[in-house]
Design a binder for this molecule. Structure first.
Ligand SMILES: [Zn+2]
Length: 466
């Protein structure tokens, strides 16, 4: 959203991926040079080092010769860091519930952040509270709160529920993170950041990225059709109202350009999909199983790997199946031979909607037979980075939840991709609608246009408005 390009170009193909140079799986915000800043207790090795495309904040800094203030705030480190990129200050919530950053941004945590963290971390303050419905009964019409497949949180499947235990019990940050109080934690920090960093105070445009992750956490934990998600959406709406009111009072909304979107949708839990008639919907470690299948296929064809090699397949991630090129070469075979064998063997597996060698993707896209096939392959290709993606790319059928979460996302199927994109600002007259589907990557173009910035070629264009 803030680079205007797809993962194939910005390189962030997932939360983690396998790095061939380092020969290990790395986190999307792995930044080996970054350390914990003074005044914080976490932040080590977190920064934007893996981001391969400039963000809007970086372009703005360049255009204003550093006069712009650029800040990212998120519950998740990856939301704050990757939306901001190499900007002034990214802040996120750590495992203790405190706001932190890394030395990529600041040698010392700003005084105002340290003040927010004292005497107890912001998220810890919400531990022990009760989460109850915030809306009228009608707002939850048609939803069933007690569903046997929902996990028990705080001793119950229904609202109200306790979010952690009150003091003197140890604060339960993961319970706060799976509750709408996480929205308040982020919003409290946003207001403090706008005030302390004087955002919007002069004629030079500033940039603020906010990652409200609570709806994502709650969707994973309770399923998108839950009372909990409905309540989180209602509370998200209230927090946005609070944000707009705050911006209006401090800066004036007429001086703000705002884009709202989401980085993904979500697919309902397999239990819900089965009840809706999708008999194959299931939850499991499907990629891990596929990686074992691929390894078995290669052992059958090539014989056991030559010592010291132990396997032909290193890993299976959302980015595909990673082949051990060294082990394959030691057996006198090529990576291409291996990927072709795996693809041919896996093609007949019922759970797979697509399996393809990475280098065959461009040709498959060019020769796609139907608009639906083209759309799917185009989405896969946007998510595939030439060096970070696996050797064999795969896509499971709709409804196969490849995780341990109740519900999840991360596929190119429609439910994971459908997101709103909303823009507000001086450039957009009231009531303009975009007549076609656009990518949330257009967020960059919408914001760039509002402050007269031009984006590099290859970025998603300004959507057609009418
Ligand atoms: Zn998620």
């Amino acid at each position: 959203m803030s680079t205007g390009v797809a993962p194939s170009a910005h390189g962030i193909i997932g939360n983690n991926w396998f790095d061939r140079d380092l020969n290990k799986s790395i986190y999307s915000c792995f930044d080996p040079a970054a350390k914990t800043p003074e005044g914080a207790t976490s932040g080590k090795e977190l920064g934007p080092a893996q981001l391969l495309a400039p963000t809007l904040a970086e372009l703005l800094e360049r255009a204003t010769k550093g006069a712009s203030k650029t800040i990212g705030v998120g519950w998740k480190d990856r939301a704050a860091i990757l939306m901001l990129g190499r900007g002034d200050l990214a802040l996120w919530v750590d495992g203790e519930g405190a706001l932190t950053s890394s030395t990529h941004y600041v040698a010392k945590l700003p005084e105002w952040v340290q003040a927010l963290n004292a005497p107890i971390p912001p998220a810890a303050r919400y531990s022990g509270r009760t989460w109850d419905r915030c809306g009228e009964d009608a707002a939850y019409a048609g939803l069933v709160d007690e569903r046997s497949f929902e996990p028990v949180h705080g001793g119950t499947r229904t609202l109200p529920r306790p979010v952690g235990k009150p003091a003197p019990a140890k604060p339960d940050i993961s319970a706060v993170c799976n509750s709408p109080f996480a929205l308040d934690v982020v919003q409290d920090c946003v207001e403090a950041a706008i005030t302390a960093e004087h955002l919007g105070a002069d004629a030079t445009p500033d940039f603020l990225a906010i990652g409200f992750s609570a709806v994502d956490f709650i969707g994973h934990a309770f399923d998108p059709g839950s009372v909990e998600v409905r309540d989180a959406i209602l509370r998200m709406d209230q927090v946005l109202a609070r944000l707009l009111e705050f911006l209006d009072q401090r800066i004036g909304l007429e001086h703000c350009c705002i884009v709202l979107s989401s980085d993904h949708g979500i697919t309902p839990a397999p239990e819900v999909l089965r009840a809706q008639g999708n008999a194959q919907a299931a939850r499991g470690q499907f990629t891990e199983a596929l990686a074992r299948f691929a390894n078995h296929t290669l052992v059958t064809a090539f014989g056991e790997p030559k010592p010291p090699h132990k396997r032909f397949v290193i890993d299976g991630t959302a980015g595909g199946i990673i082949l051990d090129v060294g082990a394959i070469a030691a057996s006198g075979r090529t990576r291409r031979e291996a990927s072709t064998l795996v693809v041919d063997a896996a093609k007949s597996l019922p759970p797979l909607a697509l399996v393809i060698a990475k280098e065959d993707l461009p040709a498959a896209l060019a020769n796609a037979g139907s608009p639906a096939a083209k759309d799917l392959l185009s989405a896969v290709s946007h998510a595939t980075h030439p060096t970070r993606a696996g050797d064999v790319l795969h896509l499971f059928q709709q409804g196969l939840n490849d995780s341990t979460s109740l519900a999840t996302h991360g596929s190119p199927w429609p439910r994971d991709r459908a997101v709103p994109l909303f823009a507000r600002g001086a450039l957009f007259e009231k009531g303009l609608l975009c007549p076609t589907k656009v990518s949330p990557a257009s967020a960059a173009a919408l914001l760039a246009a509002s402050c007269g910035l031009s984006l590099p070629t290859g970025t998603a264009p300004l959507p057609p408005l009418r």
